[in-house]
Write a protein that binds this ligand. Structure first.
Ligand code: SF4
Length: 480
């Protein structure tokens, strides 16, 4: 959600006449888009702001803006602790950034503006997309749940749903410009429809994405097990471009802990969904999020988590050690688990999950995968002479891009079919000659250095433009 908000901030600033500054240049404007879900977000923000102070002192006129969840939470505290910050804006008014920068410049004083409720649905704002081939599409913002470890409801507010027609218009507009993969976004994505009273709206939306010509891959994140209905499983199974992948946060396998987390499903319900997804989509890769060491978690609770992990056979789990988020109910709970206990449980969970991930990946050796080539997906690509991308089920694949069915140079955004030759716990390797290579418009755009820019949705097609790479003497900006 925050990454997509950064795309909106970049789009807004471009529309206001700013251009992206070069990597070596000192920007005239630096925008921090903060995330309070991350651990130590505040320390990192104030550390970054501190390092930027001498830069600002030696670059008169430079402006620093701070937005996102942490700004929504800390508000005036930010300019108190870092008085060299020029603008603070919240999660509900990101559209105000250009005006606030202008006002701060004009009035020569910091502008702090936080709204309590969403001004406009963020997708009505322009967005400069980072990727030529994959696009985020927000279908809802906010969340009506109250998980006790989570700061989101406090900072993003109640769920607001976008109309299906607007969502499909944005999807179609992106596809018209060569984007082949969209990820539908929502804090609680499958609760979609709650605002306009249609419990089956999410499944219907998936099916509607299936009829968008040229859309090859549809993903969504993140669903909540409570709202996960069978019609969504049917829609996933029966819509060919919906990827065989499900990321569904478990958080804990202990019903007692789930209750304390105020997660209103139980382990058996979670396992039932996994079972039904596997029955309907046998090749589905199921991933999850798990928190270890939630306050009050006993060894017995933790064993229950391990058991659900064993039975679910996740292809990947994003595991987190519980740490307090100020402002959440769990941060006030008495029985916090000692750090060394959390660490030891965490290590055991990671070992178990790595074994499962590796076993599942080994089963794929010798099978064919379709890879959407992605820039920067493989850190060692330069030394291994491989390229990297994602399979339809979301797995990371490093592959050899030479010989066989390769049609010219393989570029990010292109699609390659190849055979898996080797498995590791967190990725697959395909070192044979590719079986086929499809050059795509996204690949052409990547090569030409252009990225889609949606101009605020439902208002027709996005425009394309070359992101400026040269340093700008005036109005250069950088969104971090
Ligand atoms: S459902 Fe997700 S976003 Fe909503 S409160 Fe729970 S963890 Fe936070």
């Amino acid at each position: 959600m925050n990454v997509h908000d950064s795309e909106r901030l970049a789009g807004l600033l471009e529309d206001a006449g700013y251009v992206r500054s070069g990597a070596e240049a000192t920007p005239d404007v630096v925008v921090f888009n903060t995330c309070a879900v991350r651990e130590n977000a505040d320390n990192r923000l104030y550390g970054n702001l501190g390092r930027l102070r001498p830069v600002k002192d030696s670059h008169p006129g430079m402006q620093i803006a701070v937005g996102g969840c942490l700004a929504q939470k800390d508000r005036g505290e930010i300019v108190r602790r870092a008085p060299w910050v020029d603008v603070v804006f919240g999660t509900h008014n990101i559209g105000s950034l250009p005006t606030l920068l202008e006002r701060s410049r004009h009035n020569r004083e910091a502008q702090v503006e936080i709204e309590e409720a969403l001004e406009v649905f963020p997708s009505t704002l322009p967005a400069r997309r980072d990727s030529a081939h994959s696009g985020w599409v927000s279908i809802s913002v906010g969340c009506n749940n109250t998980c006790t470890f989570c700061i989101v409801p406090a900072l993003r507010g109640k769920e607001r749903d976008r109309r299906p027609g607007e969502i499909l218009a944005e999807v179609s507009a992106l596809v018209a410009e060569g984007v082949s993969e969209v990820t539908l976004l929502g804090q609680n994505v499958n609760a979609y429809g709650v605002e306009f009273g249609d419990r089956h709206a999410f499944g219907k939306l998936l099916r509607a994405c299936g009829s968008v010509e040229g859309l090859e891959r549809v993903r969504f994140t993140s669903p909540h097990p409570r709202e996960f209905t069978d019609d969504v499983i049917e829609a996933m199974a029966e819509t060919p471009n919906v990827c065989p992948q499900l990321h569904m946060p478990l958080q804990s396998g202990s019903d007692r802990v789930l209750r304390a987390m105020r997660r209103s499903y139980r382990a058996e319900r979670f396992l039932g969904i996994v079972e039904r997804v596997r029955a309907a989509i046998p090749d589905a890769a199921i991933t999850t999020d798990i928190i270890v060491g939630f306050p009050g978690e006993t060894e017995e609770d933790f064993q229950e988590t391990l058991e659900v992990v064993r039975r679910s056979r996740f292809s990947q789990a994003f595991t987190f050690q519980y740490s307090k988020r100020p402002g959440t109910p769990a941060a006030e709970m008495d029985d916090q688990v000692p750090k060394e206990v959390v660490q030891e449980r965490y290590d055991r969970l990671v070992r178990l999950q790595d074994d499962i991930s590796w076993d599942l990946n080994k089963e794929l050796v010798g099978t064919e995968v379709e890879v959407l080539v992605t820039e920067g997906a493989g850190r060692k690509d330069a030394e291994t002479r491989r390229l990297s991308g994602r399979a339809r089920d979301g797995r990371l694949v490093h592959f050899s891009p030479v010989g066989g069915g390769v049609d010219g140079e393989v570029r990010p955004g292109d699609l390659v079919r190849t055979l898996v030759t080797h498995a590791a716990p967190h990725h697959l390797v395909a070192d044979g000659e590719p079986l086929a290579h499809r050059r795509t418009r996204a690949g052409d755009h990547w090569e030409a250095g252009v990225r889609p820019k949606t101009s605020g949705v439902s208002l027709g097609l996005p425009s394309f433009g070359r992101p400026a790479t040269e340093p700008a003497p005036v109005g250069g900006c950088e969104v971090r």
